[in-house]
Design a protein around this ligand. Structure first.
Ligand code: ZN
Ligand code: ZN
Length: 128
């Protein structure tokens, strides 16, 4: 008969140390409602996490506070997108699209998270 006794936990193993990453699903949801930073479309918006500097490797994605709205074309689905480009990197790619300081814009958006109107105007100003 099953006595219902649960196995005794054998000491808690320290989990794998994950890189610190700020998670903010509410902010990501708002980002998806903004127009693409590059072309201004509101169709098929995805969240792009800025990859900073020369950091390489797995698990080093940027924080949810450092994200930008990009349509799927400008995000991943073309030869000239944030994740696949011939500009030599994300920062250069943004520059080629007239976005000089993507990290600054991302931080501004996060500062104003929850205020959709303000967020929208940050995107519109950046695209001017
Ligand atoms: Zn776009
Ligand atoms: Zn991305």
């Amino acid at each position: 008969m099953n006595s219902g006794i649960r196995p005794c936990p054998k000491g808690v193993k320290p989990g794998r140390i994950k890189p610190k990453r700020l998670k903010d699903p509410a902010h990501l949801m708002l980002i998806r409602q903004l127009p693409c930073l590059v072309c201004g479309t509101t169709h098929g918006i995805e969240v792009h996490h800025l990859l900073r500097g020369t950091v390489r490797g797995w698990g080093l994605k940027a924080k949810d506070s450092e994200v930008l709205p990009l349509c799927f074309i400008h995000h991943t689905q073309s030869d000239d997108c944030a994740h696949d480009n011939k500009c030599g990197g994300e920062t250069e790619w943004f520059k080629s699209k007239g976005i000089i300081n993507p990290l600054y814009i991302a931080r501004k958006l996060y500062e104003n998270t929850g205020d959709y109107g303000k967020m929208l105007s940050i995107i519109n100003t950046a695209r001017e």
